[in-house]
Design a protein around this ligand. Sequence first.
Ligand code: ATP
Ligand code: MG
Length: 400
Amino acid sequence: MYAERVVSGMRPTGALHLGHYHGVLLNWIKLQHEYPSLFFVADWHALTTQYDDPQHIHRNAMEMVVDWLAAGLDPNQATLFIQSRVPEHAELHLLLSMMTPLGWLERVPTYKDQQEKLSSKDLSTYGFLGYPLLQAADILIYRADRVPVGEDQIPHIEFAREIARRFNHLYGREPGFEDKAKEAVKKLGGKRARLYDELRTRFQQEGDREAVEQAHALLEEIQHLSVADRERLFGYLEGTGKMILAEPDALLTEASRMPGLDGAKMSKSYGNFIALREPADSVTKKVRSMPTDPARMRRTDPGDPQKCPVWQLHLIYSDDACRAWAQEGCRSAGIGCIECKQPIIDSILKEQGPMRERARYYQEDPNLVKNILADGCEKARDLARETMRDVREALGLDYS
Ligand code: ATP
Ligand code: MG
């Protein structure tokens, strides 16, 4: 079985923005206290779109890790590392590529979307097509069951689940698995064996997840099973054979699609972002020049918050009282748009204060970040090696 574990990454493509913070980082910061967590700099993923200009990746990576630490990731709680320093990710990616149908990759919605959006780049490359597969390898290599990401990543996590399932289906079966599993069921003893069979049927015929959980509980409480039999019974239950790779789930925050200054998803490439450590005067200027409800041309025209990108930010930054004030003031033309924007500016600046402080601490001594990453890479690599041992064995490539 696999452990509860959190893993996620970001591409080092430049300074992080508030979309990364509210959409993902806040979740990372919470989860690091709840589960063993790994967070990585996806530098190979940055190369899929920046293969023609890789010189900035190193500096961007360091800046991004400073942003993470400034936001509140704690290197004593979470493991922070660099993807390319754990080459086992590449080995798993290669092995998975052998069994990945081309159609699965071509159908991932981001593939065509991104090609259209970044039309100035030639993205009809082997590496770019494989983007979601590399991401699947990043997750599966830690057998992580929880992946905190933004909404746009959901199809990629679903893809990783399908890859894990396919891998387990293809390679999770030892010779004579079915017979060995039936033998193991008998060893449970009459009453328990009957209950196990019943629960297994309920799951396999009706997809009843509760039956799986009950069966897990049943197996957990039996002491005399060998490790091998236990694994067979878990695998036989769900029809996967032996579970070598775990199927992950996406975890979202409330702002899993944080809007930018124009109301569209905040994104570096749309130029509608506020950086995590954007200077105060620039924050003020950007928010003040945000578009509002287009029907509200004059101060005396009433507006509709539902049509205003500023309202979207109130939903993230303001408490109930402030939201009521903004709604009422907008609809009645009681307040002007500049007034309405001020509490948001104040909240952003307040949120940024401690981050600037912490960032300064890490920037003053670049060795701090270097050491945190060196330590993290080593820890991550130990875990990745463990999985790769099982993967190679399942494929008969262990040569022992
Ligand atoms: P950008 O779109 O600004 O270039 P990115 O999407 O390229 O950023 P990634 O490394 O692909 O950066 O994404 C890092 C994480 O941040 C992903 O989990 C992604 O879903 C999340 N994310 C990025 N922008 C937002 C946003 N506006 N709201 C919520 N989550 C976001
Ligand atoms: Mg993205």
